[in-house]
Design a binder for this molecule. Structure first.
Ligand code: MRU
Length: 357
């Protein structure tokens, strides 16, 4: 069977035109629009408005964004160029607070700059381009590896539930939580996937249902409040989710509603797996309490997606974009280096010790 992964590249560099090309995820599933971003403000806006979204894709877009903004600088010395770089880096870092991949990718770009600081501006720019391309290429291999490890936890014919979109368009390719589903499809696993619609921005309905459907995978869209009934009816054998930041103790921030799904899974005795590249693990955040949770505008709840407002226009709203799933609810965290079981405190730390040795 051919590789079923949708080969749409959601983030791509057009270096000749000094442009970042992104698939506008806010227009899906009705329109496959590609946006051409030429300024750092446009990249910031695309990240803030979720035109490019999903933790790894945000990191890739930011890396290209800071490269392009630095590339068009007319700075005549490397010191001056560094000032420009720092300004753009800080600006892009202010676009969204929760996905640690954003900061991870921007820090990696800065480290590369500093490694090349004795070179001239043109050489530094070339190195920044190389680093941004590497971040993207590595992400593809990392996601494939996460998929291979996660697939060992699953059996043919299983019902799987996922929340939000941790698929190919949220990464360079394959996705994180959806990677084992794509790899399983290639091997005839015939999974039956339940996609939570994921209120309020409907990433499950608009993106996960769309990309799995396009790939010929058996996907059933459900509203968020239907997760319990499908679990109760025995239709779900495992939950797979992606994440935006994993704290040192295994507490995990992911799209709002994820912690509720984890509580349900525990109740019904269903394994709950978090799929995460090492770039999403943040040992600086000791627990979930250290993770900043993004709050977004009220219209996302009251009127976005509706032809008329669906709530009193002056009603108070609270719109946290993420929640934290307590580590005690997570059966395992699947990384590119393998499957991590509790005790997360020591096991996650060990992943990084192995990395640096
Ligand atoms: O607000 P979003 O759509 O960027 O939130 C994305 C998620 O919560 C994803 O599950 C997460 O980033 C993992 S993407 C592989």
């Amino acid at each position: 069977m051919t590789n079923p992964v949708n080969v749409i590249e959601s983030v791509k560099l057009d270096d000749e035109e000094n442009t970042l090309v992104i698939l506008d995820q806010t227009a899906l599933p009705n329109h496959k629009n590609f946006l051409r971003l030429m300024t750092v403000e446009q990249v910031w806006d695309a990240i803030y408005h979720l035109k490019v979204r999903g933790a790894p894709a945000i990191g890739i877009a930011a890396a290209y964004g800071v490269y392009l903004a630095t590339k068009i600088s007319v700075a005549s010395t490397t010191e001056e160029l560094y000032e420009t770089f720092k300004r753009h880096k800080e600006y892009l870092a202010s676009s969204r607070p929760t996905a640690v991949n954003l900061f991870w990718a921007l820090d990696r770009m800065e480290n590369r700059f500093l490694k090349e600081k004795l070179k001239n501006p043109e050489q530094v720019k070339a190195a920044l381009k190389e680093e941004a391309e590497l971040i993207k290429q590595e992400d593809e291999a990392i996601c494939e590896s996460i998929g291979k490890h996660a697939l060992t936890l699953l059996e043919p014919g299983w019902g799987l539930l996922t929340h939000c979109n941790a698929g190919t368009i949220a990464t360079a390719k394959y996705g994180t939580a959806l990677a084992p589903i794509y790899l399983g499809q290639e091997q005839g696993y015939n999974f039956k996937v339940f996609a939570d619609e994921t209120r309020p921005l409907l990433q499950g309905a608009r993106l996960t249902a769309w990309e799995l459907n396009e790939a010929g995978i058996d996907v059933t869209l459900i509203c968020d409040n239907m997760a319990s009934i499908v679990m109760q009816q025995g239709k779900v054998q495992a939950v797979l989710v992606g994440c935006d930041r994993v704290a040192a103790n295994g507490d995990t921030a992911n799209k709002i509603g994820t912690s509720g799904v984890a509580i349900l899974a525990k109740h019904y005795g269903i394994p709950f797996y978090v799929c995460a590249p090492l770039s999403t693990i943040d040992l600086e955040s000791k627990t979930g309490k250290d993770i900043e949770i993004e709050e977004r505008p009220s219209e996302e709840i009251t009127s976005t997606w509706y032809t008329e407002p669906m709530a009193p226009t002056d009603v108070k709203t609270y719109n946290p974009a993420f929640d934290v799933t307590d580590h005690s609810l997570i059966t395992a965290i699947v990384t590119e280096k393998g499957i991590v079981y509790p005790n997360y405190e020591t096991k996650l730390q060990e992943l990084f010790t192995e990395e640096s040795s």
